[in-house]
Design a protein around this ligand. Sequence first.
Ligand code: ZN
Ligand code: MN
Length: 479
Amino acid sequence: MKWEIVMGLEVHAELSTKTKIFCGCSTEFGGEPNTHVCPGCAGMPGTLPKFNRQVLEYAVRLGLTLGCDIAKRCTFDRKNYYYPDLPKAYQVSQLYAPICRNGGLTIVGEWGEKFIRLHQIHMEEDAGKLVHSAGNVTLMDFNRGSTPLLEIVSEPDFRSAAEVIAYLEKLRETLMYLDVCDCKMQEGSLRADVNLSVRPAGEEKLGVRVEMKNINSFKAIARAIAYESERQIDVIESGGTLIQETRRWDDDKGESYGMRSKANAADYRYFPDPDLPPIVLGDDELARIRATLPEMADKKRERYIADGVSAKVAASITAHKNVSDLFEDIVRHSGNTKESANLISGEVMRLLKGDDADIEQLDVQDGQLGRKLGELVKLVADGKINRNAYKEVVGVVFADDGIEPMRYIEEKGLLMVEDSGAAREAVAAILKDNESAVEDYRAGKQKAFGFLMGQAMKKLGGTASPDVIKSTLTEMLEG
Ligand code: ZN
Ligand code: MN
């Protein structure tokens, strides 16, 4: 029998707001345990939540970009469950009237183009973190508690692990370009739950679904999907019964195990949060947010290609938002798109070792690196410095942000000699030091010219172009 895998995704994105969703505590990652905590986010009785409107703005930015219907009025609900990382014993979330419904995104791959539909996007708060340590001790850190999240819920439209990965990559790119989430999977800012079931090919009815929670890398997601779909097919084919449950994926062991039987919405006893009034979004505010939407990666790629950048290089530049910001800074200061693209895909990638983590660390916020590299691109394109000097100064500027390229170039004498005065001086000295070669040349030995040329090049250290040296040398030998 042929089986079809059916999957839906619930992605949690931690928003990069400075403060939490219902209080003024910092959302910064890490920190001493329980230092980013107040009575509100620690769930103390008698405290009241105050909604951080930036969260709404971020949700609307994502919703507009993904073509969702934006609710003019949305509400918060309490999702009740008890777990030690949730001191209130309920999570504030949205069930009945979420901020975004519908919409979706297109993924491209071996299947061609495919539209993945979204069910909804809602705002909610994160839970704290349990730290299991030696001696059977579990500690609680509430720093992460009440960090704002967007939960992006898809329809069950995925049929393969490759489609899931393509979707997550596209979603990550979108969140990064919108500047609403840093998407560091290793820090848990982007977490995916996969709901998976199998059914005989051609069957309409969905099978029993299993939820796999918080898998923390794209590679692990692909492995977990392969494992879980095979496990379900085995159970059915051997006459067993699947149960609806939540399973944890152990990437080290390469297997999943059951955590708990999966609760349905009714089990959470959702009800409207009486402490939070409905959120009303005015037309003017919606228009204002729409006007702040940045250019997205695929639009940038199209624009770069139209400006003469190859499709491959354009894709590598836009793969990281900070790299495309850097590229645009360089172009702005150099006025030279092609040379700027070559710099990014060549020397810059070499310096960053093409490593994703290193690339993500690159901070280009203040625009200074782009300005300096732009100046260098202009200098090399105008023939003011040669390629070797260019490479050297690019490396120096990268390694030390205190270096001003022009000052460095002047100090090191890397500027090309424009008038032939300096070249004449150098050539005169060479001719004086190599009288026998000069005589050889005048006696008709062409080889001697090459030798003298080499000496002059060496002496000028690449600061004069070979053309200038050649014409100066010829003129002085003949003259
Ligand atoms: Zn707080
Ligand atoms: Mn959630």
